[in-house]
Design a protein around this ligand. Structure first.
Ligand SMILES: [Zn+2]
Length: 396
């Protein structure tokens, strides 16, 4: 099956400049292509990828700078634009602004890319026009390359290979074991079998430094060199935290998928819960104070990331994933099924007001989630490896 492999690049000064140039050209092609598509729409007609690609080829004669970037990357940009316009509608596709867009471009021809390992920590990849680029060898490639995408995140460039690893999703998981997972605020991942996976993603020192940099940022003048430096330092700290969160999500997801044939999750509307707190480092969103604390906790544990990691891991193990409604799972006793908000004694402790059953609140919730998931699968709703959405859980 197709899978992604991402490595950090160590580009030379010249290569980094060239990559920046390709990114800039792709951005220009995207914006020009989008402008053209909107113009056509205003006149009530359409322009498709084929026509735009033809015009791009012609434009290279007049604008030789276009030819400095690899032709395939530019075509790929137009293809991405074409898909974005078809999926989201021409008027909803966004411009790529010089400041808001992270440069990224794709080499679509895997057979023109080769990768070699150079030692324990280094490898290199040969890319069209860019030539050999060095990369931090963090994991084996494990398959045939289909495409490569270069992107810059803060100060660093990365390459993501799309790889065909030759594996297939097993028809059935070897284990019939099922587990319910609660993604609580207090702990990252609580399982119905009582295991709790949790980790801090930043040290106290890092959090302190982050706050200090933010205060510094507030005092600095817009567009000043020092302000840019501060933003870069903030990004580096954030990146480190994000990387750790990703590692954690993958580890827990792998463990669960390896052990269990069925994983039941809550169906949380994460998007709605966090949309108001979105904002960039330079310009944090406004009116966010009210929800910010909860949002920070939710985002901080990377729930969405975990769900993605689990879906990914399940492709290799054949684990089924079921999503059930999150309603009442935290107020229901997993033993006697009675529902009472008062049973949730505190953030961490559940004590049933009827039967006296006492447990870790998130583990109790995970057990309810598992029960709800079992109910769904017993109805025969489940196709292996497919997620199932369910009507709100009703508890007798
Ligand atoms: Zn009870």
């Amino acid at each position: 099956m197709l899978t992604g492999r991402r490595y950090r690049l160590a580009l030379s000064e010249t290569q980094a400049q060239y990559a920046e140039l390709i990114g800039g050209t792709c951005r220009a092609v995207w914006n020009t292509g989008l402008e053209q598509r909107r113009e056509y729409r205003r006149r009530g007609v359409w322009i498709n990828y084929r026509q735009q690609a033809g015009q791009l080829a012609a434009a290279k004669v007049e604008h030789p700078w276009l030819a400095d970037a690899p032709g395939h990357c530019l075509q790929q940009t137009l293809m991405d634009l074409d898909r974005a316009c078809r999926e989201r509608g021409t008027w909803k596709v966004r411009w790529r602004s010089a400041r808001g867009w992270r440069p990224s471009f794709r080499f679509p021809e895997g057979n023109k890319i080769s990768v070699e390992r150079l030692g324990r920590r280094w490898g290199r990849a040969k890319l069209p026009k860019l030539g050999w680029v060095r990369l931090h060898w963090s994991r084996p490639l494990g398959g045939a390359i289909r495409s490569a995408t270069l992107s810059r995140d803060g100060a660093h460039w990365y390459v993501s290979f799309l790889v065909e690893d030759g594996k297939q999703t097993p028809r059935q998981h070897p284990s019939a074991s099922a587990v319910g997972v609660d993604r609580g605020v207090a702990v990252a991942v609580a399982c119905s079998d009582g295991t709790i996976h949790d980790r801090q993603f930043s040290t106290r020192g890092e959090r302190k430094r982050y706050r200090r940099l933010q205060q510094q940022l507030a005092r600095q003048k817009k567009n000043s060199t020092n302000r840019r430096k501060t933003i870069a330092a903030l990004r580096t700290l954030k990146r480190r935290e994000t990387d750790r969160r990703g590692d954690f999500a993958r580890q827990v997801a792998n463990r669960l998928a390896t052990r269990h044939g069925l994983v039941v999750l809550e169906n949380l509307a994460i998007k709605g819960m966090t949309a108001s707190a979105k904002g960039s480092i330079a310009e944090p969103g406004r009116n966010v104070a009210r929800k910010a604390a909860l949002n920070r906790a939710i985002l901080g544990k990377g729930w969405h990331r975990f769900e993605l990691a689990l879906t990914y891991a399940a492709r290799y193990t054949g684990t089924g994933i079921v999503k059930v409604s999150a309603a009442y799972t935290s107020q229901t006793c997993s033993r006697c099924r009675s529902v009472d908000p008062a049973s949730r004694e505190s953030q961490a402790v559940f004590r049933c007001t009827r039967c006296g059953h006492s447990a870790n609140a998130d583990v109790n919730a995970a057990q309810n989630i598992l029960a709800a998931g079992r109910a769904v699968t017993a109805c025969g709703d489940l196709g292996a490896g497919r997620s199932v959405k369910q009507e709100p859980l009703t508890i007798a």
